[in-house]
Design a protein around this ligand. Structure first.
Ligand code: CA
Length: 219
């Protein structure tokens, strides 16, 4: 699951990013409401973790504006506003979950796993193209019914391509899906993952469109 963390408390954000990475979630982090709205437009995260006390605008306004999108991400509000009335207001503004600070990390992670299960059931969990079958829930990939082992990033890359068969994804689009902002990556990492995937799948399953990007065929 790709998470957008909207939080102006930098030390809290650092701790959260570390915990999310261990849990297998990719996190992008922004510190203001305007940056959040921009990132939601360009990055299409699956979940937004939203602080309400932001420097430039109220998080509730971010919440309202992001629901004008066609496919709005799930939103977990994480805030110091902790009265029942605050929670009701947040949920009425369209939040999917609400957790007041201070909170226990174990509880936040459990709530994220629950939201992750929701994102998985709203999308098709099983994608089959040609001889390759990918299960988005169990993260299992098989070729001609034989299960193959993929690294986490190989799986995410393959999933991105298989979710949009026939569509060409550029290296930059794939990097956005696989890596959080500011994460160190070699300029050829996507090429390396593609190379390794081709050794595990049939060699011509992922097609290179020279100068544009990568695609997999329609079923
Ligand atoms: Ca804040």
């Amino acid at each position: 699951m790709r998470i957008l963390l909207v939080e102006d408390d930098l030390s809290l954000a650092d701790g959260l990013r570390t915990a999310f990475r261990r849990e297998g979630f990719t996190t992008n982090h922004v510190t203001s409401g305007n940056q959040a709205l921009e990132a939601i437009r360009t990055d299409t995260p699956e979940l937004v973790i939203l602080d309400l006390g932001l420097p430039d605008m109220d998080g509730l306004d971010v919440l309202q504006q992001l629901h004008e999108h066609k496919n709005p991400p799930l939103v977990l509000v994480l805030t110091a506003r902790n009265t029942t009335e605050d929670k009701v207001t947040g949920l009425d503004h369209g939040a999917d979950d609400y957790l007041a600070k201070p909170f226990e990390m174990t509880e936040l992670l459990a709530r994220l796993r629950a939201l992750d299960r929701r994102t998985n059931t709203t999308q098709t969990t099983m994608i089959t193209i040609g001889s390759v079958a990918l299960d988005a829930t169990t993260h299992e990939v098989s070729v001609n019914d034989r299960v193959i082992e993929l690294t986490r990033r190989e799986f995410m890359l393959l999933k991105s391509l298989m979710e949009t068969p026939g569509r060409i994804l550029s290296r930059e689009q794939l990097e956005t899906r696989l890596y959080g902002w500011g994460e160190e990556l070699a300029s050829n990492s996507i090429e390396v993952h593609i190379h390794n995937l081709r050794k595990k799948l049939s060699a011509n399953f992922i097609k290179t469109v020279r100068g544009v990007g990568y695609t997999v065929g329609k079923a």
